[in-house]
Design a protein around this ligand. Structure first.
Ligand SMILES: [Zn+2]
Length: 307
C-alpha cells in the first residue's frame, strides 16, 4: 500500500471538447505526498492547482476546475485514469484551458500513463475511509456510502430513452478491472443537446469520434456501442474522476443513483464540511510512515452557494 507516481515524463496533443482547438498535456512524476496537481501554463506563466472540491468552478458538459482567472475543463477522464491505476502523485501540466478529449473515454490516458510506467514510492498511501454510513440525497438523486476496505461502486442511471432506460453497473476497483471494464467507456450526449450547444459555440470539439451520440430512437454512431451498457459504465468512470477532487483516495462501498458532475461535487463539499464526522485516515503500519497526517487543506476560494 505504498504511494505511486509515474517513472518518466509523457506528453500528448489532442483536441479540446469545448473550444475544438489543439491542446497539449504533459505529465510528470511527483514527489511523495504531493498528490495530484495541475499546472496551468498560460501567457501569465505557471499556476499550480491542488485538488480540492472547492476547485470545481463549472459542471456544465464536464468538470471544470479553476482559480481566479484560470480554468481547466474536462479533467474527469484523466483523473479517473489516475485513480483507476492507483497513482497518488502526479504533476499534470496543461497548455491551454482544457484537457484533450481523446476518444471520450479514459483509454488513451491509461495508455499514456502505462507507457510512462508506474513507480512505487516509500511512504504509505493516503486513503480516507468512512467512519460511518452516509446518505446524501436531493430529490431523485442520491449517494449512499458504507464503510468498506476498498472501493466498490454500484451505479444506476435512469434515462427516458428507448436505448437506455434504467441500467445498473457494479464495479469493484482494482487496476486491471478498471482497464478491462471502465477505461474504454465513452462519454455520451443527446443529439438535440449537441446541436443546441454547438449553436451556442460550445462543444465545438465534440464529434462521433469522441462521444456516443443518441437521437430520439437510438445510437447515431455507425459502429454502435463498445459495451451494451457503455453509458452506465461511463458514469462510473466520471464518478471515480470526480471523487479524486477530494484530494486523497476515498474508500467505501458507494451506491450512486442518477448522479452527475454537479451532484458529485456537491457531495464532496458536504463530505468536506463534515469530514470529522464521516471520514478517517486509513492507518497503514509501514516503515517510513509519517506520524500523523493532517486532513487535506481545502479552502482555496470562497465557496459558492450550492442548491
Ligand atoms: Zn465523462
Amino acid at each position: 500500500m505504498r504511494q505511486q507516481t509515474i517513472k518518466k515524463d509523457i506528453k500528448c496533443f489532442g483536441v479540446g471538447l469545448h473550444g475544438g482547438g489543439k491542446v497539449c498535456l504533459h505529465m510528470r512524476p511527483a514527489e511523495e505526498d504531493t498528490g495530484v496537481v495541475f499546472v496551468h501554463k498560460g501567457s501569465n506563466g505557471s499556476r499550480v492547482l491542488k485538488l480540492s472540491p472547492y476547485l470545481v468552478t463549472s459542471t456544465e458538459l464536464a468538470t471544470t476546475i479553476g482559480y481566479k482567472d484560470i480554468s481547466i475543463s474536462t479533467v474527469e477522464h484523466l483523473l479517473a485514469a489516475v485513480a483507476g491505476l492507483g497513482i497518488d502523485n502526479l504533476c499534470i501540466e496543461v497548455h491551454g484551458n482544457e484537457l484533450p478529449i481523446m476518444d471520450g473515454s479514459a483509454a488513451s490516458f491509461i495508455f499514456l500513463l502505462r507507457s510512462a510506467g508506474l513507480r512505487r514510492q516509500r511512504l504509505p498511501r493516503r486513503i480516507l475511509n468512512f467512519a460511518r454510513p452516509v446518505l446524501y440525497k436531493k430529490g431523485q438523486r442520491w449517494i449512499r456510502v458504507e464503510p468498506y476496505n476498498g472501493l466498490k461502486i454500484k451505479y444506476t442511471i435512469d434515462f427516458k430513452h428507448p436505448m437506455v432506460g434504467r441500467q445498473s453497473f457494479v464495479f469493484e476497483h482494482d487496476p486491471q478491472q478498471f482497464i478491462r471494464s471502465l477505461a474504454k467507456a465513452r462519454t455520451f450526449g443527446f443529439l438535440k443537446d449537441v446541436e443546441k450547444l454547438q449553436a451556442l459555440g460550445l462543444a465545438l470539439g465534440g464529434s462521433l469520434n469522441n462521444a456516443v451520440v443518441l437521437d430520439d430512437y437510438g445510437i447515431v454512431n455507425p459502429d454502435g456501442l463498445r459495451f451494451s451498457d457503455e453509458l452506465v459504465r461511463h458514469k462510473v468512470l466520471d464518478f471515480m474522476g470526480d471523487m479524486t477532487l477530494m484530494g486523497a483516495t476515498l474508500w467505501g462501498s458507494f451506491e450512486v443513483h442518477c448522479s452527475g458532475h454537479s451532484f458529485n461535487n456537491a457531495f464532496l463539499r458536504f463530505l468536506d464540511k463534515n469530514k470529522d464526522e464521516y471520514l478517517r485516515w486509513m492507518d497503514f503500519d509501514m516503515p517510513g510512515k509519517k506520524e500523523s497526517v493532517p486532513m487535506p487543506e481545502r479552502v482555496l476560494r470562497p465557496e459558492p452557494v450550492w442548491t
